[in-house]
Design a protein around this ligand. Structure first.
Ligand SMILES: NC(=O)c1ccc[n+]([C@@H]2O[C@H](COP(=O)([O-])OP(=O)(O)OC[C@H]3O[C@@H](n4cnc5c(N)ncnc54)[C@H](OP(=O)(O)O)[C@@H]3O)[C@@H](O)[C@H]2O)c1
Length: 331
């Protein structure tokens, strides 16, 4: 019997993610039944959200991964066997396939990938990062030409797209990052108007220098000390899209949020969102995003790890900021 490799989650993280949380298992290759197809996964996405999925939190927007089952993830692969009327051998598909080499599907939640682009570009732009950036920026941020936008996690897969979309729409765009290399990349490669290194800059002074007209839109990916400084510079009727709080994910107690009184005085809109609520809107989001990509206004970089097992420790790169762009595992 032929087998393939999968990785199960067997413990919940209490600190940095290591291989002790997982077990590598060999599974028997399944036989394809009527209405099913078998996918060989070629690239899978690593995402900060995985920390939430691994935790025992049942109050979140998605149930935790059950211990002893395959770790959850999305990926791109090719159909190698099919008895499904709508999916054929050779089709490239994307969906939640988990940390495993092969995935047996009945088609639920699987989408064909027809764009003639490498898997890395699909996962970096047209999958979760681009959809998240487009959803949060336009439905909550409501950017207007001439306004000022600040985005945290600005060199990351979501933040870099947010900033480039806003730049293309005629806003002044400032990104918050954790290294000079990332600051250089977003300003000199992506065209941001300015960058703040939250680890080394005087946050209040640098933010005041880069946002002389105040801030109209804040796309929040990280939390951390920068949040208070941005909040203090929000203009009346400003919008804050709360996408992620990675600075708080590894902490037992999250940081204190800013005082709420300015929300009233400045009539701010602050809204969190998670993408599973919007998966029904994917065609519309792609229709919005694609023209920017076609015009060459959205650059990306992929940080590719090699081998399924690299996922087990690769997740920590998010917390150290060592990922340079979209974190992807090549199987
Ligand atoms: N709401 C949704 O549906 C949704 C969907 C996708 C992603 N997200 C969220 O969006 C955020 C970005 O995700 P992504 O996939 O694009 O990841 P990413 O930005 O590519 O990678 C995470 C980055 O966060 C920064 N970071 C880590 N710890 C930090 C800290 N303590 N303070 C400030 N920055 C820190 C690091 O960059 P530096 O080197 O710059 O520190 C790291 O590279 C995450 O919070 C994620 O959970 C939400």
């Amino acid at each position: 019997m032929t087998t393939y490799t999968a990785i199960n989650l067997i413990a919940r993280p209490t600190g940095p993610v290591g291989s002790e949380l997982f077990e590598i298992v060999q599974k028997d290759m399944p036989s394809v039944g009527k209405g099913q197809f078998l996918v060989k996964q070629n690239h899978m996405s690593l995402d900060p959200a995985m920390f939430g999925w691994m935790s025992a939190d049942t109050e979140s927007y998605i149930p935790p991964v059950e211990l002893g089952t395959v770790m959850r993830s999305s990926g791109v692969g090719e159909i190698v066997e099919s008895d499904h009327p709508d999916f054929s051998v050779g089709d490239r598909v994307m969906g939640m396939m988990g940390w495993q080499e092969y995935f047996l599907s009945d088609g639920t939640g699987m989408n064909k990938v027809t764009a003639p682009l490498p898997d890395e570009a699909i996962l970096s732009v047209f999958a979760l990062p681009g959809l998240t950036a487009t959803q949060g920026l336009y439905s909550i941020g409501k950017p207007q030409k001439g306004e000022t936008l600040v985005v945290s996690g600005a060199a990351g897969s979501v933040g870099s797209i947010v900033g480039q979309l806003a730049k293309a729409d005629g806003l002044t765009v400032v990104g918050v990052v954790g290294s000079d290399e990332k600051a250089d990349w977003i300003v000199n490669e992506l065209g941001f108007d300015g960058a703040i290194n939250y680890k080394t800059d005087d946050l209040a002074a640098k933010l005041a220098e880069l946002t002389p007209q105040g801030i109209d839109v804040y796309f929040e990916n990280t939390g951390g000390p920068i949040q208070h400084h941005v909040f203090a510079r929000m203009n009346a009727h400003g919008r804050i899209a709360v996408c992620g709080m990675i600075a708080d994910y590894p902490k037992a107690e999250p940081d204190l949020a800013p005082n709420w009184i300015p929300i009233i005085k400045k009539r701010l809109t602050i809204q969190g969102f998670t993408m599973p609520d919007h998966f029904g809107e994917v065609p519309a989001l792609l229709a919005k995003l694609t023209p920017y990509v076609m015009k060459g206004q959205i650059k990306h970089r992929a940080h590719v790890l090699n081998g399924l097992e690299s996922a087990m420790t690769g997740l920590n790169l998010f917390f150290t900021g060592q990922n340079k762009g979209k974190l992807i595992v090549k199987l």
